[in-house]
Write a new protein. Sequence first.
Length: 299
Amino acid sequence: MRRRIIALTLALGATGAGFTAHRLITDAPPRRSGATVGATKLIAAGRGPAVAKEITRPFEPAALTQAVRAYLGTRPGKAGVMATDLRTGLSFGQNEKGRFVTASIMKVDILSSLVLQRQRDRRGLTAGQRELAGRMIRESDNGAADSLYSAAGGGDGVRATNKRFGLKSTTPFPGSWGSSLTTPSDQVRLLRTLVSDKSPIKPLSRQYILGLMGSVLHEQAWGVSAAALPGEKVALKNGWTPVHHQGHGWAVNSIGRITGPDHDFLVAVCSGDSPTMEAGVSTVEHVAEMVVSTMRDSR
């Protein structure tokens, strides 16, 4: 796994469910890793010169499962991942139904719920709500999330809206949104809601939410972005918080979309019980890179 963290400082947020992380990140191109890799072979073209042709291997989920489990066996804490490629139809999950504290990835659910509620009432977000939404997603501002969670009806309101999204295992926590529980599978379902033409959320609103996720602060652009290749587009939201009553150590999560010429990945990696935030980030990034690179080189 490539190392991108040079410096890390933390400042406690308003609710304790998301810190502000300041990180210096190198621009080094990603290094591919994973259980299965593509191969390049020279193919003779008649009497002409040989040409390079990429040979992809069949997708072997059992091998990838073994590789992910082996890696996680060397890491502190626990983790789960769910990924799907909308272009090839490949999907992969490992502990994808495991339950994890959401921390700030819950902010995407909050905004999606409020947008759908306002749409149902034939209203858009107010100017004030849009300003709060920008701060909540781009900056991971907790005070803005508190306000929008309340506007969405808190835990009861988001829970009701999640039924429309098809979320089966997400439990919004009353009052403290960051203490909600979710699964990687549910987070990919939520991401599907933001990209699918069958979504209950209208296209312009989906584009609005994904646009915010595609413009997070540079220092927060870690997580599933570790699996992206140069030139690919990434829309993501990360969550990180120390946990005291629902486990121990740190909860560190990342959800997002990676779009390139041949692939359109929806990825959710959740982790818990890491001794430090940095350890959780390393686990999340490496798992994302392992899974996406293997799916990228498979058919």
